[in-house]
Design a protein around this ligand. Structure first.
Ligand SMILES: *Cc1c(COP(=O)(O)O)cnc(C)c1O
Length: 415
C-alpha cells in the first residue's frame, strides 16, 4: 500500500487528537551528562539552560560517576565495543558471567541471567517458566512491561486490588487447583513510590503454596539497610523466588536487566526466554561498568544513606511548604495536583525556576490523579534540594494551592 495523502491525513489526525487532549509528549533534549545539574534544550530550538534535575532514576548518582565511567572505558578497551551476537551463540563473555555471579550474591539469589533490559527480562520470564495449567496473580498496578510479558505466556492471568492482601488471599484460594500459582508485584511502585508488603505476601505464598516474583527496578541498590532491595527491607531475602530488575535506574542508568532467582527457573529462562535467544547481548562497556557499580554499592552504603537523608530533607521541606504529597519513605515523591493541565502548567513554571520536573497524567497515572513526580538522588546536595523546595513554594503560591488538601485543589481546578 502506498503511503498516500489519505493515510497520512489519518495518522496526522491521530497525533492532533493527542495534542488536543493536552496529552502530547514534548521533546526535551539533555545536552550534558546525566546528573543533578544538567544542560537542557527545551522547547526544541530554545537556548540551552542549566537546570537541576529532579526526575531521573539516577537514585544513587552513579550515571556519570567517574569510577563507573572509567570502568566502562576499560570494558571497551579490553573486551571491545559490541558482541554482534545474542547470548547463546557467541555473545557471552567471561565478564557477563562475572556480572551475573555478582548480582546473585548482591541480591541473595541462587542464579542470575542478564537480558538487554528489564523490559526484556519481563517479556521472557513468564513464557519460559509457566504453561497453560498455571496461573499468574498480579497486583493491579504492576509495571507495563510485566503486563506485556504476561500477555505473551499461556498461563491464566488474574489480578488482585493494589496491595490488598485479603483480595490476594481470595485469589490464591480460588486458584488452588493450578499446578503453579505465581504472585507478581513491583517491589517499589514507580508512580506512588509505595512498597509492596513483601513480608505479608511471602506469608500468603507459603500458606497457599505459591511462588513470588518481584520486579524491583525502583528498589535495587538503595531500598533496605544495605540497598539489596525491597526483599531486604521486609526481611524476606531468602523467600522471594524470582527478582527481575534493571541496570538502567539506580545501578548506573545505562541499560540492561536480569532475572535472578531459583536455579531451575533461571536455567529455563536460559533455554527458552525469547529475548535471551533473539536479542543482542549487553555491550561489554555496560557489563564492565555494572560490575563496578555492584562493587561500589557492596563495599559501602554511603550512597544509599545519602539518598535516604536527601529524601527526608525534601519530604520535610515540601510538606512544610504546604503541598500535597503522598507519604512514604522511598525517593519517589509524588506532588499531587489531580488536574492534568495544572500538573503540566506547574512543571513548565518549575522549569522557568531552573528545576526540571515533568507533569504526569492519564494514561501514565489514573485520570484525576495527575501529579509532578519528584525523584531524589544521592547526586543532590542540600542546596539543590532547598532550591527545588523553594521553587515549589513560589510556583505553588502562584497557583494558590499551598495549604490545600485534595478536595481543596480539586474544588479550585477540577480533576
Ligand atoms: C523501568 C522499569 C522497567 C524497565 O526497565 P528497562 O531496563 O529500562 O527495560 C521494568 N520494570 C519496572 C518496574 C520499571 O520501573
Amino acid at each position: 500500500m502506498a503511503y498516500d495523502d489519505k493515510i497520512r491525513a489519518a495518522y496526522r489526525a491521530e497525533i492532533e487528537a493527542i495534542r488536543e487532549k493536552g496529552l502530547y509528549k514534548e521533546k526535551r533534549f539533555i545536552c550534558s551528562p546525566q546528573g543533578a545539574e544538567i544542560l537542557v534544550e527545551y522547547p526544541e530550538g530554545a537556548p540551552r539552560e542549566k537546570v537541576l534535575n529532579f526526575c531521573a532514576n539516577n537514585y544513587l548518582g552513579l550515571s556519570s560517576h567517574p569510577e563507573v565511567v572509567a570502568a566502562a572505558h576499560r570494558g571497551l578497551d579490553e573486551r571491545g565495543y559490541g558482541m554482534s551476537s545474542v547470548r547463546f551463540i557467541c555473545g557471552t563473555q567471561d565478564i557477563h558471567r562475572e556480572l551475573q555471579d555478582k548480582v546473585s550474591e548482591f541480591l541473595g539469589m541462587e542464579s542470575t541471567l542478564l537480558f538487554p533490559s528489564c523490559m526484556d527480562a519481563n517479556s521472557g520470564v513468564f513464557e519460559a517458566i509457566l504453561g497453560k495449567n498455571d496461573v499468574i496473580i498480579a497486583d493491579r498496578l504492576i509495571h507495563a512491561s510485566l503486563v506485556d510479558g504476561i500477555r505473551l505466556c499461556s498461563a491464566e492471568y488474574d489480578t488482585f486490588k493494589h496491595m490488598d492482601m485479603k483480595h490476594l488471599e481470595n485469589k490464591l484460594i480460588l486458584h488452588r487447583d493450578k499446578r503453579v500459582r505465581l504472585v507478581v508485584t513491583d517491589g517499589v511502585f514507580s508512580m506512588d513510590g509505595d512498597l509492596a508488603p513483601l513480608d505479608r505476601m511471602c506469608e500468603l505464598c507459603d500458606r497457599y503454596g505459591a511462588m513470588l516474583l518481584v520486579d524491583d527496578s525502583h528498589g535495587t541498590g538503595f531500598i533496605g539497610r544495605t540497598g539489596r532491595g525491597t526483599h531486604e527491607h521486609f526481611g524476606v531475602m531468602d523467600r522471594v523466588d524470582i527478582i527481575t530488575t534493571t541496570f538502567g535506574k539506580g545501578l548506573g542508568g545505562a541499560s540492561g536487566g536480569c532475572v535472578s532467582g531459583r536455579r531451575e527457573l533461571v536455567e529455563l529462562c536460559r533455554q527458552k526466554a525469547r529475548p535471551y535467544l533473539f536479542s543482542n547481548s549487553l555491550a561489554p562497556a555496560i557489563v564492565a561498568a555494572s560490575i563496578k557499580v555492584i562493587e561500589l554499592i557492596t563495599g559501602s552504603t554511603e550512597r544509599r544513606d545519602k539518598l535516604e537523608r536527601n529524601t527526608v530533607r525534601f519530604r520535610q521541606g515540601i510538606t512544610e511548604v504546604g503541598l500535597c504529597v503522598r507519604e512514604g519513605e522511598t525517593p519517589i515523591v509524588p506532588v499531587m495536583l489531580f488536574n492534568a493541565k495544572l500538573a503540566n502548567d506547574m512543571a513548565r513554571d518549575m522549569y522557568a525556576e531552573g528545576i526540571y520536573v515533568v507533569g504526569f497524567f492519564f494514561p501514565v497515572v489514573p485520570a484525576g490523579a495527575a501529579r509532578i513526580r519528584v525523584q531524589l538522588s544521592a547526586a543532590h546536595e542540600d542546596h539543590h534540594i532547598d532550591r527545588c523546595v523553594e521553587a515549589f513554594r513560589k510556583v505553588g503560591e502562584k497557583y494558590g494551592i499551598l495549604g490545600l488538601d485534595r478536595n481543596g485543589i480539586i474544588e479550585k481546578y477540577g480533576m
